[in-house]
Ligand binder design. Sequence first.
Ligand SMILES: [Zn+2]
Length: 312
Amino acid sequence: MRKIQKNGMFQFTNRSKHISFLLTRRMIIWISALFFFVPSISKSREKAKPKQTRTIKSPQSAKTIKKSKAPAIIGRASKPLPVIMLDPGHGGKDPGAIGRSGTYEKHIAYAAAQELSRQLRQTGRYNVVLTRNADRFIPLSGRVELAQKHRANLFISMHADALRNSSIRGASVYTLSNSASDAQTAALARVENNADRYGGPNVHAVSPAVQNILASLVKEETKKESITMAKSIVTAFRPQIGLLSNPRRHAAFVVLKSADIPSILVEMGFMSNRIDESALRQAAHRTVVASAMRNAIDRYFAIGGSMTHLTG
Ligand SMILES: [Zn+2]
């Protein structure tokens, strides 16, 4: 190889291959500068968004992800807890039943739901949501809508209503049915479903989605799971809490009309009975009631209770 300088230009020759290159000094400076800067620019771009470019576009990095243990860890962490929606009956301008010594059902229902919520959260196995966290009025369809919104796996409405016959006492559990199991339950459903009268003329102006839910027939699967849950509650109540005769009953309760969510209504006792009213006023008794309900919920999910989530 030979190097000759001619008119400010370098000429390289290689006689064996007859190839030559002509370069100006300015060209050499520009090329050197490009070699120096281009790698540093591309490095700084990688620093700016390293994860996106690597994980989305490179097939090699996809292989790396498959080999790592990360997906298994992510899988365990993202498994959702069952969502339990507790619905303390009544609230705000709707006091519910008023006991013989003046106790408002809405306060008893709220206190009992708070206690059950505390116990369920303590297990770490459930995500617990309440339809109301204060003394406020919520229409019945609004309660159903909340359960849908939170994609609840189980809906439990908690009450302590009144009957005409003040001698009747004990707890009972209700599921939805087009026809009532007995006259007493039919009357109870009429009173419960009438709670919306406190909401004024606009209370029935619900969204079309909720109207569809209320109008549709409840799925057979949901009915079965609701009955399983109701049985579980009755079994847990039996040894320690007084029960009505035939404590598992059914009627057309509006608040239970959620097509995809197993739903039950629990009457923890009756405000119309002095003994029940007095017991439900005591925190210690409500703790026992909540504890039995927590056991029933545990049993329900242990035997494969609903993990159904709404898709829409
Ligand atoms: Zn009630």
